[in-house]
Write a protein that binds this ligand. Structure first.
Ligand code: HEC
Ligand code: HEC
Ligand code: HEC
Ligand code: HEC
Ligand code: HEC
Length: 289
């Protein structure tokens, strides 16, 4: 209990300081710097805060971060999308001549970019996804970046050690391993199995099964552009594979919600018994409507 009180007190103090500072600086009220206020004046006021007040602005924590729009974050963090990869490192290595393997794939389009640009501002990212700052940044307390097994989160710390985002609830969704080939009835890993499903008339083998037979209700979430994904995927299974194994940074697959689809069998297979039947409520949207 003690820890929680300290935390709440800390947020309250930060809020109080903000309230004091803002009218002095820009004759705006504290309400104007409320995270949900997307007005340009509120953004200007936030950007004018001194370092400590900005650093500890309550917008960084729950609950304010849940309703923060990207503009509010970018009012202070222009570096996130504005800073570009150096064309040449201080040691003289040219960015264009040094590529990681994944940057040599057809899905990695154009010159090297920063991590944030790749997810938020490239043409590809904006076509298939609709990520917001607070999709990944769900509110970490800078003093609580080490997981604490407090009573609030007895079995499951909300953050992984010294991370600003929780990779299991964010990255893993699109960078997990390909789901177990056995549940799909595939003879082996996709790299080997795909030859059985694809030819020049059928460039996307995933759709042999996923166009009409299995899990046809998918991507009904606000952070993905479901229709654009299906359009692009007609040309190549690499579009699908790109988020379901092809860019895997993890050896495990994300345990996706199993949204009921038309023609689904009544019986739930053993591997799916613990699965939710709908996407996370926070992001859900019914694209078929
Ligand atoms: C009032 C200005 C301001 C606003 C608005 C703001 N930040 Fe910050 N943020 C800062 C400052 C200053 C720091 C400290 C930077 C440093 O020390 O280099 C910081 C640090 C961070 C960090 C590093 C945190 C850590 O634990 O080390 C993250 C991540 C971050 N901000 C994300 C966000 C997100 C996401 C939003 C929008 C929801 C946001 N910020 C809104 C000013 C702001
Ligand atoms: C795809 C997930 C994702 C999205 C979307 C995202 N971030 Fe981040 N951000 C990260 C990760 C991962 C880090 C590194 C975290 C760490 O080191 O623990 C990071 C780091 C940061 C930092 C710390 C400074 C740095 O460069 O390491 C700031 C500030 C920040 N992000 C702001 C933002 C803002 C503002 C937005 C929206 C415009 C945003 N982020 C969108 C994942 C994301
Ligand atoms: C909603 C899906 C989605 C989520 C969530 C997501 N990514 Fe990505 N990520 C992508 C896509 C799509 C690309 C390919 C972009 C391209 O090639 O233009 C990508 C590319 C990357 C790259 C390679 C590009 C580069 O910057 O060099 C890295 C590394 C990466 N993601 C790490 C992460 C991490 C770490 C997280 C969690 C903080 C994360 N991603 C969350 C979809 C996602
Ligand atoms: C031979 C048919 C077949 C092919 C080809 C196929 N899948 Fe599947 N896939 C299935 C079946 C069957 C399921 C499980 C259906 C269920 O939930 O009962 C499944 C499930 C999935 C799931 C959900 C896994 C989970 O854990 O909930 C994803 C994601 C998926 N497939 C993506 C793909 C992608 C991407 C490709 C192509 C790279 C692909 N599939 C190719 C038949 C196939
Ligand atoms: C930009 C990344 C991205 C791309 C591209 C993508 N997926 Fe997904 N997919 C996801 C995410 C994230 C989820 C989980 C969404 C949710 O929670 O509802 C998901 C969920 C699924 C599911 C489980 C759906 C459910 O609710 O039962 C299947 C099956 C699936 N994808 C297949 C595919 C196929 C087939 C393609 C190509 C046509 C594809 N995906 C392309 C990111 C992607």
């Amino acid at each position: 209990m003690r820890k929680r009180n300290t935390l709440l007190g800390y947020v309250a103090v930060a809020g109080f300081l903000t309230a004091l500072q803002v009218p002095l600086a820009l004759t705006l009220t504290a309400a104007d710097v409320h995270a949900g206020d997307a007005s340009p004046q509120a953004h200007t006021a936030m950007a004018a805060l001194d370092y400590q007040r900005a650093r500890h602005h309550p917008i960084h924590s729950k609950p304010a971060i849940d309703s923060a729009d990207d503009g509010a974050c970018l009012a202070c963090h222009t570096e996130i999308l504005g800073n570009h990869v150096r064309p040449q490192s201080p040691a003289g290595i040219h960015a264009n001549d040094t590529r990681a393997w994944y940057q040599s794939l057809s899905t990695y389009d154009g010159p090297q970019l920063t991590f944030h640009q790749r997810h938020l501002s490239t043409d590809y990212a904006r076509t298939v996804m609709n990520l917001k700052c607070n999709f990944c940044h769900q509110g970490n307390d800078p003093r609580e970046e080490a997981p604490s097994l407090s009573e609030a989160s007895a079995s499951e710390p909300t953050f992984t050690l010294r991370k600003h985002v929780n990779p299991e609830q964010t990255c893993l969704l699109c960078h997990g391993a390909m789901p177990d080939p056995k549940i799909m009835g595939l003879p082996g890993p996709w790299t080997e199995a795909r030859a059985m499903f694809e030819n020049e008339h059928q460039p996307n083998g995933c759709l042999v099964c996923h166009a009409t037979a299995f899990r046809t209700r998918r991507h009904e979430v606000s952070y993905l552009n479901a229709a654009a994904i299906e359009d692009l995927a007609e040309a190549s299974s690499d579009v699908c594979y790109g988020c379901h194994g092809g860019r895997a940074w993890y050896r495990i697959a994300y345990p996706y919600a199993r949204t009921p689809w038309p023609g689904m069998a009544d019986e739930t297979p053993a591997w799916a018994r613990d699965r939710p039947t709908h996407s996370a409520a926070r992001y859900r949207r019914d694209v078929s409507e």
